[in-house]
Design a protein around this ligand. Sequence first.
Ligand code: NAG
Ligand code: ZN
Length: 400
Amino acid sequence: MKYSTLVILGLLLALAFAVEAKPKSKKQKNKQKQKEQVLPLAQPCRPENCKLPECRCSDATLPSSKFKGKESEIPQFVTITFDDAINAVNYAQYELLFDGLINPDGCSAAGTFFLSHEYTDYVRVNALYRAGHEIALHSVTHGDGTDYWRSADVATIEREFGAQMKMLKAFANVDPKDVHGMRLPFLQISGNNTFEAARRLGLSYDSSWPTQQFKDPAMWPYTLDYQSKQDCQIGPCPEASIPGLWVNPMVTWTDTEGYSCSMIDACVYPPEDNVDDLFDWMLENFNRHYEGSRAPFGMYLHAAWFSRGHSHFGAFKKFINHLNTYPDVYFTGISRMLEYVKRPVLGAPFKDCPELPEAECRAVQCHVQKLSTGEDRYMTVCDKCPSVYPWLENPLGEQR
Ligand SMILES: *[C@@H]1O[C@H](CO)[C@@H](O)[C@H](O)[C@H]1NC(C)=O
Ligand SMILES: [Zn+2]
């Protein structure tokens, strides 16, 4: 340390002592900082105090008395989601999968893509976005394993998901106003922090929290204004009140041995690799929702599942084509489904089709360096290449 710096430090110290005879210890200061972050403890949910469209208690029924005995008129939502990077190979599968699927109201079927950054082809992201699919967040780095996410504080989560949002805007021309949700890598939430970060980022929902207890009847999405009744499978789960933030519970499937799986590709005992067995198994899981509470039916997976066996893609396609013949089954992104949950009706869920975003994209190929490792990275983005490989601290990949 330079002499002059020492003098200034000394002066500052003297000043501090002069102003306050008993200076605050570091511990006290930390305590004060923590105090600012203490969130209100969530109280038990009483439906009288928690009303749609802003608030919903965690349970398995839609609250309108008009719906009693008319469950079969509630539209059945099916939310297909894929996690991780989007590339040329899985994009081709996604295109094939949704090709020709039209919902009963004449609107295009859509899914949700929880996107992580590394190896993502942002031109393909743009194409999915413009085709009406929902683009959601799955972090920049995807983390090093569950420990990183289990212990992540609010700032870490905000940085990971906020940076991914900036990248989506810069490289795929996705309007941040159209980004509503997130899913944590490995479904590893970190209690209050995850949901508080989501709120600060202006997101409206998280979909990382599996439930085994509420699969029959299945749980509908709810808000975190009040205590959640949902079983905590991968803790820590939130205990604070985070008003207005929605949880889209990942209602688990049941595998052929009766075990629960939060994602289709996480089932330990899936059926044999043939179209009929896979199809029947999917239908069985679907019917628990369709013949039950009509809570949204989630089909959560990674594209890699299609490579598990020769029949996997065919069976999946056959199954969703089959559901597409139902007059009351709607394939939508999670945020559109939540719009319905906020204002539920019997019969057709929406008056209009969603407008497709205008987000022109001129594809450019970039060859940039990942500074942290010195590796080369090829990247396909809209309009303009970054100078270096975008990463957490430099999401736009600017020359520093
Ligand atoms: C979450 O917030 C509540 C309310 O402030 C608090 O009681 C609880 O200890 C917090 N949980 C964690 C893991 O910090
Ligand atoms: Zn992932």
